[in-house]
Write a protein that binds this ligand. Structure first.
Ligand code: P53
Length: 495
């Protein structure tokens, strides 16, 4: 019988800035997400800015993959009359009991969520964490415990406190390492015995494509990006070190945005391009954070581009000694790269390159690949030999709520059937040690890429629209019952 192991961690995934809301409650300070407007598939999300000395104002458009460039001296600000989807999001802050009960009803063994840094340290420099923020997550963990749901906690999920940008210039500043480690140490100490699994930085490699919301840079060049990456690696290693001291039971994972990259043809130059793109966009980050050292191809690239890192005594040893315990990743599909003229550009998630004629796409152009998980799992295990965890996978769709409160999301069920089967084959046929699977956006939440509500991923529909109108009432979609059955049968019954 094709099944998953009994202790497999089935569940769903979320992030504070897209799900939690309560943006100014409980003494929480503002983040970059809180000043980022909504967008659409065709219109980028926007951030207003002002130059305090001159009073000049303007709007920055967050185009995926385009290096961030605010004017010199500009600081982000809230624009009058704009709608900011993170402020209320789908209000986990006030609905956590109801939502966790729904997760339990589906049979979740684990729930991935993130802690909002500025809830814990509204004043980044304070020695005193904010008790109200700490208490909120205590309540959430206690609620999860009631149902034996194991939390998986991301420490930084596109969560950049505004002060980090304004006072420190983001992650290119070495001081930020200490601020982050103070935060990570505080939460690990506080939630010792309640939280065993941690992730340091969500999709650390997304700093290649969107620097403002990942590393808090308002202008970028190769040198600054390299420094920011180095500082996050150091912060990750120091967090692993602290975890070992606080509780040897804790496990800290890295989190990589990953997808297999196919060469468009068997032309060796297409294959070479696919390999180089995979190294540049994904693999070098894991080589450091999981493998414990900078790969030669990255060092050569830095040399060619005149990038220099300020590496101090003992730091390379830290990266090696405190590499992450496991590798978690997001994977929604796959990408295609080619050197020949005929390839059409994929309109999807910015990682995908060209159109793959063998695959279907959703309305946002994200191609769905039935074997991406098995291929990804094999590629990553062959390279790192560490336990893996798929912490994001799923499909965004403009779901329709029927009059009777039902949502018929057969496209989501069909996507999950294929993806979960592929993952099951990786375990049973290839022997991959896979710890768990958390489907992205298990309860509907705000899209990171577009800021829309319309792009829904959940098993549970939340009544809220792109203008922030709605009752926030929760409705079970058809996929809710399907996932419940899947978990109940240990992944055997996927029909
Ligand atoms: P949305 C782009 C490409 C791959 C993963 O994305 C990405 C993105 C950002 O758009 O982000 C991850 O909401 C991320 C989540 C995000 C999810 O994928 O744009 O970790 O925060 O919501 C899905 O459809």
């Amino acid at each position: 019988m094709a099944k998953f192991p009994k202790d497999f961690l089935w569940g769903g995934a979320t992030a504070a800035n897209q799900y939690e809301g309560g943006y100014n409650e409980g003494n929480k300070a503002l983040t970059i997400a809180d000043v980022t407007t909504s967008g659409s598939h065709t219109e980028p999300r926007r951030i207003g800015w002002v130059i305090p000395e001159t009073g000049e104002t303007g709007v920055y458009k967050m185009e995926f993959g385009k290096p961030v460039q605010f004017p010199q001296g500009a600081i982000p600000c809230v624009m009058e009359g704009e709608y900011y989807p993170s402020h209320q999001a789908t209000d986990f802050y006030h609905h956590y009991k109801e939502d966790i009960a729904l997760m339990a009803e589906m049979g979740f063994k684990t729930f991935r969520m993130s802690i909002a840094w500025p809830r814990i340290y509204p004043d980044l420099e304070s020695e005193q964490p904010n008790e109200e923020g700490l208490q909120f997550y205590d309540d959430v963990f206690d609620e999860l415990k009631k149902y034996n749901i194991e939390p998986l906690v991301t420490m930084a999920h596109f969560e950049i406190p505004i002060d980090l940008v304004m006072k420190y210039g983001g992650w290119a500043n070495r001081k930020v390492v200490d601020l982050f480690v103070k935060f990570s140490t505080t939460i690990m100490n506080r939630y010792k015995g309640k939280v065993k699994y941690w992730l340091t930085f969500n999709e650390i490699n997304m700093m290649e494509h969107m620097q403002i919301s990942t590393i808090g840079l308002m202008q970028v060049n190769d040198q600054l990006k390299a420094e920011a990456a180095y500082h996050q690696f150091l912060a990750s290693a120091l967090t692993v070190k602290a975890a070992r001291e606080i509780d040897p039971e804790m496990q800290v994972g890295m989190m990589l945005a990953y997808q297999p990259i196919y060469g468009e043809t068997c032309d060796p130059y297409d294959q070479l391009l696919a390999l180089k793109i995979a190294q540049e966009q994904f693999l070098w980050y894991a080589d450091v954070q999981v493998g414990g050292q900078y790969p030669n191809y990255k060092l050569k690239e830095y040399e060619r581009n005149g990038v220099q890192l300020d590496i101090r005594d003992g730091e390379l040893e830290l990266l090696k000694q405190y590499a992450c315990d496991f590798l978690s990743f997001s994977c929604y599909g796959s990408g295609v790269q080619g050197t020949h003229e005929n390839g059409g550009k994929a309109s999807g998630n910015g990682l995908s390159g060209r159109v793959n004629p063998y695959l279907e796409s959703n309305a946002w152009g994200w191609a769905t690949d039935p074997e991406c998980l098995r291929i990804a799992l094999n590629q990553l295990y062959d390279r790192y030999h560490k336990p893996l965890w798929i912490v994001e996978n799923g499909i965004g769709w403009a779901d329709v709520l029927e009059e009777d409160g039902s949502v018929h999301d057969d496209y989501r069920i069909s996507y999950l059937q294929k993806n979960i089967k592929s993952m099951r084959d990786a375990i049973n046929l290839d022997g991959i040690p896979l710890m768990g699977y958390t489907m992205w956006g298990c309860i509907d939440l705000v899209s990171a890429g577009t800021g829309e509500m319309k792009k829904r991923y959940g098993f549970v529909y939340v009544d809220m629209d792109d203008e922030g109108k709605g009752t926030l009432k929760r409705y079970k979609k058809d996929s809710f019952y399907w996932y419940k059955k899947c978990i109940e049968s240990d992944g055997e019954d996927l029909d």
